[in-house]
Structures are given as structure tokens and as C-alpha cells.
Design a protein around this ligand. Structure first.
Ligand code: NAD
Ligand code: UD1
Length: 332
């Protein structure tokens, strides 16, 4: 199958490209490198022994995108490309609406013009807002609290309307919980520039002495130890979920949670990280971060039943692999 992977140089995209290549799929990446580096392509080659065709292009450029579709004749699309920083989306909403929505509309227009009927879309657990009960199932009410989340929900709605008008389309929406970890080789992973917003990248920066102390945002939540609980999933398990979605025989519009179904608190994650990596992570308890919720974890039964999705990596793997990647790629 010839697959267009948008945003394939990014964190989740690059791991999924490796998974696809190992499964002998033909992959073409389109990425404008706004949040990634071209060197990722070399690393993917080092891991898989395979060259990936790459277009450095902005999906918002419809004419160029049409040229690529015309030339490549894709069978399917996995759409990762998008901006994803929640805080930035609050201060620059137009940038988020423009980038995430226009890129997706352009893709959908190309799909229509070039008769590509299959797409897998990266959505997020953020579309569940503050859930009333746990674990979260796909049919829970949806709401968002920031422009980033709203772009995800708007795209889900657009895909639903497009499906209603084209019942022969095959659309899969994957709602990711909290991806962490990295490829076992340490060649690809996540290492954001500047001060990270998300927990694992921050822990790793403290562990590698790039930042002095981890702020734990609140210990008065209604959870096991008062710190926030989330469903952390290894990026390799997540990548495998995309391959399953791509090969799934069930057609139509399908929505799946991809998580592990287990909640882990901030303190549990920090302790596990220290234990498996034999390193101290300085932390202090500070006040809650605006907009955070007590707990969020998935019910993944639907993905298990319909995709055969299960996770094989543990929290230990996630902690080891995140640290291994950053250690290998940090000049001390
Ligand atoms: P990432 O930033 O590492 O990767 C996104 C890639 O898309 C980057 O390589 C970027 O350069 C590219 N891109 C952005 N806008 C583009 C455009 N207009 N044209 C071409 N390329 C463009 O992010 P990620 O963590 O790999 O996330 C992938 C997708 O999954 C995103 O849509 C994100 O919103 C979604 N998601 C991520 C998480 C998470 O915690 N990482 C959670 C839920 C959902
Ligand atoms: C993030 C995204 C959300 C996305 C979700 C799943 C943000 C603000 N939100 O939320 O849109 O749907 O991932 O991908 O980026 N924490 C600390 N100290 C830190 C950082 C985090 O204590 O320095 C705590 C948080 O309070 C939370 C937990 O760690 O309890 C996880 O935080 P984070 O990694 O930012 O993920 P989410 O809040 O789930």
C-alpha cells in the first residue's frame, strides 16, 4: 500500500513511519519541518535500512499538494501534521485554526480530486474535556477548553460530514492519550526545544541537568496520591495502532481511543523514572496548572475488539526509552 504520512518527521509520525516500513508498506512523507528536523529521515533509514520519499512542503499550499497527489497516486493517508502546543494555541489561536484546519481541508480536497478514500487522523483525548466518569469511552460527551483542542474536535466534525457525503470513504479517528517513550535504538524520540510543557520531556530535562527542578502541579487532586493521573502510552504501541488502523478491514467512519487503560499519577511516574534509570529527579510541589483535570484514562475495549489493539510496553520501558533517547542526543 502506498501511504502518504503527513507530519512524518515529527515525534509520533517518525515512529509510525518505521512501523510501516518494517511492514513493507511504501511511505511518502510530507512535512514542512515547522516542528521537526530533516535528519529524522537519516535516522529512519538507519533503523529500517530503507529510504523514504520526502517532500518538504506545507499542507496549506494546495497547489503544491495537488502536484504531489498527482505524481504519487496514494492509496491511503495518515494525517499527523498539525501544531500541538496547548499554551501557544491560547495566545495564537488564528495560527492554530489556520494551520490545522486549512491543512486538513486541503488534504480532503486532494482526496476527493484524486479518489483517495482512506484516511487515519490523529485526534486527542483532549476532546473529552473534563470527563464525568472514568475510564473514558468513545461515546462520552465531547468538549474542549483551548483552541488546539477545538481544532481537533472541528476536524472530527468535518470528517463526519465528509463521510456522510461519501459513504464509500474509510475514515479512522484515533484519540491518543499521553504518548511518551522513544524508539529502542535511541535514534528517534521527542526532545522539544526550550522549556517543555508536558511531563515526561520535563522530567528528562531535569534528569539531564538542563533544568533545575520539576514543578509538580498540585497534590490536592482527587487521586491516589493527590497528583494528576493520566494514561501514558509508549509511542511504539501507538505507532503499531496506526498500522492496525491502516490494515483494518472494517470500513466506514470509526473512532478509537488509543491508551493503555491504566492511570498513573505524576508522583508514580517520577518514582518509576528514578527507579529504572537510577537517577534522582529534583521536584517540588507547586500550585495547580490552569485547565488541568484530576484524572484521565481510556477504556480501550473498542480498539481491542475491532483493531486487535493491545499494548506491550510497560511504564518501565517508557521511562527507560525516553531517558535513553535524550541521553544519546544531548551534548553534556
Ligand atoms: P510533532 O509536532 O512532533 O509532529 C507534527 C509534524 O507535523 C511536525 O513534523 C511538523 O513539522 C509537521 N507539520 C505541522 N504543520 C504542518 C503543515 N502545515 N504542513 C506540513 N507539515 C506540518 O507532533 P506529534 O507529537 O508527533 O503529534 C502528531 C499529531 O498527533 C498531531 O496532530 C498532534 O496534535 C496529535 N496528538 C499528539 C499528542 C502528543 O501528546 N504528542 C497527543 C494527542 C494528539
Ligand atoms: C496534554 C495536552 C493535551 C493532550 C494530552 C494528551 C497540554 C497542556 N495538554 O495534557 O491537550 O490531549 O496531553 O496528549 O499540553 N505536570 C506536572 N508538571 C509539569 C508538566 C505536567 O506536574 O511540568 C502534570 C500535569 O499537571 C498533569 C500530568 O503531569 O497532571 C501530565 O501533564 P501533560 O504531560 O502536560 O499532559 P496532559 O495534561 O494530559
Amino acid at each position: 500500500m502506498k501511504v502518504l504520512v503527513t507530519g512524518g518527521c515529527g515525534y509520533i509520525g517518525s515512529h509510525t513511519v518505521v512501523e510501516l516500513l518494517n511492514d513493507k508498506q511504501e511511505v511518502v512523507i510530507v512535512d514542512n519541518l515547522v516542528n521537526s528536523k530533516k535528519e529524522v529521515l537519516e535516522k529512519i533509514k538507519e533503523i529500517t535500512g530503507k529510504e523514504v520519499k520526502f517532500y518538504e512542503e506545507d499542507l496549506c499550499n494546495l497547489q503544491e499538494l495537488k502536484h504531489i497527489f498527482e505524481k504519487e497516486k496514494f492509496d491511503s493517508i495518515i494525517h499527523f501534521a498539525g501544531l500541538k502546543a496547548v499554551g501557544e494555541s491560547v495566545s495564537k489561536p488564528l495560527m492554530y485554526y489556520q494551520n490545522n484546519l486549512i491543512s486538513t481541508l486541503n488534504l480532503l480536497e486532494c482526496m476527493q480530486e484524486f479518489a483517495v478514500k482512506k484516511i487515519v487522523f490523529s485526534s486527542s483525548a483532549t476532546v473529552y474535556g473534563n470527563p464525568k466518569t472514568l475510564p473514558i469511552k468513545e461515546d462520552f460527551p465531547l468538549s474542549t477548553t483551548n483552541p488546539y483542542g477545538t481544532t481537533k474536535l472541528m476536524i472530527e466534525n468535518i470528517l463526519t460530514d465528509v463521510y456522510k457525503a461519501n459513504l464509500d470513504y474509510d475514515i479512522t479517528v484515533l484519540r491518543y492519550f499521553n504518548p511518551i517513550g522513544a524508539h529502542k535504538s535511541g535514534l528517534i524520540g521527542e526532545d522539544p526545544n526550550g522549556i517543555p510543557n508536558n511531563l515526561m520531556p520535563y522530567i528528562v530535562k531535569v534528569a539531564t541537568n538542563k533544568l533545575p527542578v520539576l514543578n509538580i502541579y498540585g497534590n490536592d487532586y482527587n487521586t491516589v496520591d493527590g497528583t494528576g493521573v493520566r494514561d501514558y502510552i509508549h509511542v511504539l504501541d501507538l505507532a503499531h495502532g496506526h498500522l492496525l488502523a491502516l490494515k483494518n478491514k472494517k470500513t466506514g467512519l470509526k473512532i478509537y481511543n488509543l491508551g493503555t487503560g491504566r492511570g498513573t499519577s505524576v508522583l508514580e511516574l517520577v518514582n518509576k523514572f528514578q527507579e529504572v534509570n537510577h537517577i534522582k529527579v529534583n521536584y517540588q510541589i507547586t500550585k495547580r496548572r490552569d485547565g488541568d483535570i484530576d484524572a484521565c484514562y481510556a477504556n480501550c475495549d473498542k480498539a481491542k475488539e475491532e483493531l486487535g489493539f493491545t499494548t506491550k510496553y510497560t511504564l518501565e520501558d517508557m521511562c527507560k526509552d525516553s531517558y535513553n533517547y535524550v541521553k544519546k542526543n544531548t551534548i553534556q
